[in-house]
Design a binder for this molecule. Structure first.
Ligand SMILES: Cc1cc2nc3c(=O)[nH]c(=O)nc-3n(C[C@H](O)[C@H](O)[C@H](O)COP(=O)(O)OP(=O)(O)OC[C@H]3O[C@@H](n4cnc5c(N)ncnc54)[C@H](O)[C@@H]3O)c2cc1C
Length: 404
């Protein structure tokens, strides 16, 4: 008889885990997936393109309903898990239903943070995390409202661009002195700001929001330097927090996220976690690629195969703003190394590579990210690039031609 495997969360990590399991151990488990969102799992990364009007929610579903059915998966979506009883191996849903497991996987992802500012509860304050948020943002933008986006990271830029494309007048306010400061160096961020502003998005740096103004409805925001920006909507894009409370309340070890070892196992036998809710070697990733690597390792573990997850080299790609931006690895050269950079202000192009001991350690690209995957592969594989050193900044084709 199949063992009951219950996955809490019906997001990107859960879908990939089922896919990986289906390749290895179909039949061994009777899988049930519990998902709070009232829809099939979708590609959350592409919510930005739904907001920008470039695709519909139906276009970004990860798998059709038949796919899940054909693999015998019971989908309990539109249902939230309320508690987990480790002794009885039971998950209780908000509806009062119980689901029993032999193995349990947390794939509960993260939530967008709402900064604890005065006015944060006003009507017209939202976040950008799921399909329901996108519906709300589109409604706001359709009324051609003025919207302030708080946060100049990847999510804030994508929200600002999408809202602008839907007709809103957008101001992006960011507390740091440059956009995407965790992914870009100063020249790359300056170029990105210039390109974003050319798309009609006003961008304010070193702008610390201290209050959301309004009376019932949002009327604007106030910055620490006294400036006030009139707005009918505010979007927080100022960070995420792992959804780890359900696990913590059940008695599973959590810190920022749910603590897992190199096989995605928690401190409790038969209980696992992956994706944005998991904390591995002290790191909670906020990107999908690590979740997919973890899904492969966890599927192997659940299938009785040995595989270990040792952490991920992360990269960032900005997709919808009409500006190609990529960064990966130690792009600042924090640990030393040699820097090669190339800039064409007129064409809006910037490239920077960090090399150390004949290996590529980090890269930043703005304007043209066509070489991104190759650079990422070189960083991840720690390949010897000495033979290409002179032409490396110009991309793969030239390097290979020179080597031939
Ligand atoms: C707009 C946007 C753009 C992004 N762009 C990129 C990008 O370019 N590159 C990149 O790498 N990453 C990007 N990300 C991040 C990426 O989407 C996440 O890393 C990925 O979705 C993580 O997968 P996950 O399954 O861990 O979490 P999620 O996909 O968030 O899925 C978790 C699911 O669990 C559900 N859940 C939570 N608690 C419960 C409960 N108690 N009961 C039932 N269900 C529950 C949630 O409702 C959710 O559906 C982006 C995210 C957003 C929002």
């Amino acid at each position: 008889m199949s063992e009951p495997l219950v996955i809490i969360g019906n997001g990107m990590a859960a879908a990939r885990l089922v896919e990986e399991l289906a390749k290895r151990a179909l039949g061994r488990y009777a899988i049930a997936v519990i998902g709070e969102e009232p829809r099939l799992a979708y590609n959350r990364v592409l919510l930005s393109s739904v907001l920008a009007g470039e695709s519909e929610m139906a276009d970004i579903e990860l798998k059709p309903a038949d796919w899940w059915r054909d693999r015998g998966v019971t989908l309990l979506y539109g249902r939230k898990a309320r508690s987990v009883d480790l002794a009885e191996k039971r998950v209780t849903l908000e509806s009062g239903e119980s689901v029993f497991y032999s193995k349990l996987v947390f794939a509960t992802g993260s939530r967008a943070l709402r900064l604890p500012l005065p006015g944060a509860e006003l009507r017209g304050v939202c976040v950008f995390r799921d399909g329901a948020d996108v519906d709300m943002l589109k409604r706001m933008a359709a009324q051609r409202e003025r919207i302030v986006v708080i946060g100049g990271g990847l999510l804030g830029l994508e929200a600002a661009y999408g809202l602008g494309k839907c007709g809103a007048k957008v101001t992006l306010v960011h507390v740091a002195d440059r956009l995407m400061e965790r992914q870009l160096d100063a020249p790359a961020a300056a170029l990105l700001k210039q390109l974003i502003e050319s798309k009609g998005i006003e961008t304010l740096l070193e702008a610390n929001t201290i209050r959301i103004l309004g009376d019932g409805d949002v009327r604007g925001v106030e910055l620490a330097d006294g400036r006030r920006i009139a707005a009918e909507g505010v979007v927080f894009a100022a960070g995420i927090a792992p959804n780890s409370e359900l696990a913590r309340d059940a008695g599973i070890e959590t810190q920022r996220g749910i603590v897992v070892d190199d096989q995605m196992t928690t401190n409790i036998d038969d209980v696992f976690a992956l994706g944005e809710c998991a904390q591995h070697r002290g790191v909670c990733y906020g990107l999908v690629e690590p979740a997919y690597e973890q899904a492969r390792v966890l599927a192997a573990r659940l299938s009785g195969e040995g595989d270990v997850y040792e952490g991920s080299v992360v990269s960032t790609n900005l997709k919808v703003s009409g500006v190609s931006v990529f960064s990966a690895g130690d792009f600042l050269g924090r640990d030393g190394g040699e820097t090669i950079s190339w800039r064409d202000q007129g064409l809006g192009l910037y490239k920077k590579l960090v090399i150390e001991s004949g290996r590529l350690r980090g890269a930043v690209l703005v304007g043209d990210a066509s070489a991104a995957l190759w650079y990422l592969e070189l960083i991840r594989s720690r390949a010897d690039i000495s033979q290409w050193r002179d032409a490396l900044i110009f991309g793969r084709a030239l390097c290979e031609r020179k080597a031939a």
